[in-house]
Design a protein around this ligand. Structure first.
Ligand code: SAH
Ligand code: SF4
Ligand code: F3S
Length: 439
């Protein structure tokens, strides 16, 4: 049997695409390789969101030149968001001639054909589809876990935040039909799935491209009715489109997890406007108040970019101030990275790296104490954990997550993986909790 290896970079959308690629390869007779050396095909599923992500991919592809020389039959393939950029495809085909198959985010279903074409001709195959409005419902996924699953509810993005490459790499926004989503989740539930994470670049605008009146809140209510599903999560929601109906569900549906990831990006109204985010800091703070009024235990996390073009010290102070006012459980923080082809790349007043790094450091200092403070609230409490895996550092220790998304370590037998168990929290750290299994 031929063997494949997939290396995935970027967001959950990409992780889930890799699960689909894995399913496609297994349906044509491949099996998963344990190592690079053992593989007959290696696929890089790439991310273009920041330059650092791209550099990592290009570095690793360069490193494979030697392996390809040793094993000329090895097929090396690259797909994902970077491949939707013409300049990058050109760079790879000229500088990395050991790459055999290049495809994009809109045509993963064609992989068997592309492999076939490469095997017949021995010529580099490049197949990129610029735009795809159709949704292919025939591809399934080889999910990494049986008890928690990603489910796409929509594809693409129409928001064009001025810094962001995703609308160019993922095309126009389109929602899947609710019936297809529900059927997929019912099937997952029937094979033991307990937790679903609904995926979209802006789940709050789910339904806009459907030919009927059906919203994200409607979808969650319908998923809530599915037996076997115990937890519902989603990623990512945009503040400009969050609805009252959705906020109310946090007080109504016990399966909806006590977690909201709501990227704010900046606390300065001037910068939010330049980013084309279409909300103000006041709007954002109001949303947080409304959500906490409905569910005081909810954990709130966010994404923040520092050093967007034109960000002054005052703008940055506004971000720090918003962080203090909200009190985020945790945040993904990024240095602004120029993405060619986006409006922000052409903006004047790009910020020096030194200033960006300094602001990044100061942001961490404000963020981190909140993490510890919020985690301390769990001390002595019994919380329900979905057990995910054995700890990488200690085989007697299991890790799992609370409904609020906190990572918990505790001693237990690996037969508990995939189960919901009660754990008493005994120790709180900035990023994780520790506890004891309640018998
Ligand atoms: N659709 C999601 C985010 C997808 S990208 C949303 O709108 O929330 C994930 C995060 O990467 C973004 O929230 C943003 O914080 C960050 N990001 C995107 N483009 C970036 C860039 N050019 N430089 C730095 N960070 C960026
Ligand atoms: Fe990028 Fe904005 Fe779309 Fe998110 S909503 S993917 S940040 S353009
Ligand atoms: Fe990266 Fe594409 Fe996701 S650019 S963040 S992998 S949608």
């Amino acid at each position: 049997m031929k063997k494949y290896l997939i290396k995935t970079f970027g967001c959950q959308m990409n992780e889930h695409d890799s699960e689909k690629i894995s399913w496609i390869l297994e349906s044509i007779g491949y099996e998963q390789a344990e190592s690079q050396e053992e593989a007959d095909i290696i696929i890089f599923n790439t991310c273009a969101v920041r330059k650092s992500a791209e550099d990592r991919v290009l570095g690793q592809i360069g490193e494979l030149k030697a392996l390809k020389r040793e094993k000329p039959d090895l097929i090396l393939s690259i797909c994902g968001c970077m491949m939707q950029r013409e300049d990058i495809v050109e760079y790879i085909t000229s500088k990395h001639k050991h790459v055999d198959i290049i495809f994009g985010t809109n045509n993963i279903h064609k992989l068997p054909q592309l492999i076939n074409r490469y095997e017949k001709t021995g010529q580099t195959v490049v197949d990129i589809v610029e735009e795809n409005r159709e949704i292919d419902e025939s591809i399934e996924a080889n999910r990494k876990y049986s008890f928690k699953s990603f489910v796409n509810i929509m594809y693409g993005c129409d928001n064009f935040c001025t810094y962001c490459i995703v609308p160019y790499t993922r095309g126009r926004e389109r929602s899947r039909e609710p019936e297809n989503i529900i059927a997929e989740i019912e099937k997952l539930a029937s094979t033991g799935c307990k937790e679903v994470t609904l995926l979209g670049q802006n789940v709050n605008s789910y339904g806009k491209t459907l030919d009927r009146d059906y919203s994200f809140a409607n979808l969650i209510e319908d998923i809530h009715k599915i037996d076997g599903i115990k937890r519902i999560r989603f990623m990512t929601s945009h503040p400009k489109d969050i609805s009252d109906d959705l906020i109310k569900l946090y007080g109504k549906l016990d399966k909806l997890c006590d977690h909201l990831h709501l990227p704010v990006q900046s606390g300065s109204n001037k910068i939010l406007k330049a980013m084309n985010r279409k909300y103000t800091r006041e709007d954002y703070l109001k949303i947080i108040d409304r959500v906490r009024a409905v569910n005081p235990d909810i954990s709130i996390t966010t994404d923040i970019i520092v050093g967007f073009p034109g960000e002054t010290e005052e703008d940055f102070e506004d971000t720090l101030d918003l962080v203090r006012k909200v009190g985020f459980d945790s945040a993904f923080t990024f240095l602004y990275s120029v993405r060619e082809g986006t409006p922000a790349a052409k903006m004047e007043d790009q910020i020096d790296m030194e200033v960006k790094n300094d602001r990044f450091q100061r942001l961490m200092e404000v963020l981190h104490p909140f993490g510890l403070e919020f985690n301390k609230k769990y001390l002595g409490k019994e919380v329900e954990i979905l057990v995910e895996e054995v700890s990488k550092n200690n085989e007697k220790v299991l890790t799992g997550r609370t409904t609020s998304g906190k990572l918990v370590h505790f001693e237990g037998d690996k037969s508990l993986i995939g189960e919901l168990v009660d754990v008493k929290i005994t120790k709180a750290k900035t990023f994780t909790l520790e506890g004891e299994l309640v018998k």
